[in-house]
Design a protein around this ligand. Structure first.
Ligand SMILES: C[S@@+](CC[C@H](N)C(=O)[O-])C[C@H]1O[C@@H](n2cnc3c(N)ncnc32)[C@H](O)[C@@H]1O
Length: 249
């Protein structure tokens, strides 16, 4: 199974492991609300929405309707089974959005830029559907930034190798610039990835992070041993993560 596969039990595992209360992502919420409040916004598109964790938050925090675009049937099923208020789910890819021109006040792309087969085409699509004055928010870790030092890759060399090939901030910014959207702001909000290291260990064991699909069973066992030593050193310490949050418009 590749890191790109989210179907079957992985979709549900993803949803369980990534669910978090608002206080764990309050810095991100503040950026979103601050940036999107300026755009005349009734609709937001969540591209690569996964199981709708962020779609639900966007609808609630911004009092908008969200178009949740997701190509994986497994992720889409978990999303639609939630019957989220103000979220319309659609099976599609970022490179071909089933959305009219100039409709959305904001586009949200959380940990998806490395999934696009054609980043340039996705950027053109985002620019097409964005209403005048709209903003694009890209939340991700990038191999050329501090955010690329995410915990699973610290312990598993094969996962690190895959993540090293993900698009850089410069490549994403160039793709949006070619589509007519400039980089307006950069944020590095603090998130609680796991409330304790023990919790993080459970998350690793579930292989909920897609990069862990790339790791052989032998490497996984060795990496898990390193994670256990790290957990034993401070089991109750929270695991923090600072993604890059890039704002284009
Ligand atoms: C790491 S998950 C992120 C899910 C969600 N955005 C979140 O942050 O919880 C990446 C998602 O992108 C989806 N995806 C893969 N290729 C895509 C594409 N070409 N266009 C849009 N989404 C895609 C995957 O199916 C998966 O659900």
């Amino acid at each position: 199974m590749s890191w790109r596969t989210y179907d079957g039990p992985r979709a549900l595992a993803y949803d369980i492991e990534r669910a978090a209360p608002d206080e764990h992502v309050s810095d991100v919420r503040d950026v979103i609300v601050g940036q999107v409040a300026h755009a005349a916004c009734n609709w937001v598109v969540d591209i690569g929405a996964g199981t709708g964790i962020w779609s639900e938050r966007l609808a609630r925090w911004l009092a908008v309707r969200v178009i949740a675009v997701e190509p994986s049937p497994g992720m889409l099923k978990v999303l639609t089974d939630k019957r989220l208020a103000d979220v319309v789910a659609v099976r599609a890819r970022g490179e071909a959005l089933p959305v009219h021109d100039d409709v959305v006040g904001a586009a949200w792309l959380s940990t998806v830029v490395h999934h696009f087969d054609d980043l340039a085409a996705a950027a053109v699509e985002v620019a097409r559907v964005l209403a005048p004055g709209g903003v694009v928010l890209v939340r991700s870790s990038f191999p050329d930034q501090q955010s690329g030092e995410v915990y699973p890759t610290r312990f598993f060399p094969s996962a690190r190798t895959v993540a090293t090939a993900f698009p850089t901030v410069g490549e994403v910014t160039a793709a949006f610039a070619a589509a007519g959207l400039g980089l307006r702001h950069r944020h590095t909000p603090m998130e609680v990835a796991s409330p304790t290291r023990q919790h993080f260990l459970r998350r690793v064991k579930a292989r909920a992070d897609s990069l862990l699909q790339e790791v052989s069973d032998d490497e996984f066992a060795a990496g898990l041993q390193r994670v256990r030593q790290w957990v034993d050193a401070a089991p109750e310490r929270p695991v923090l993560f600072r993604p890059d949050l890039l704002v284009y418009g």
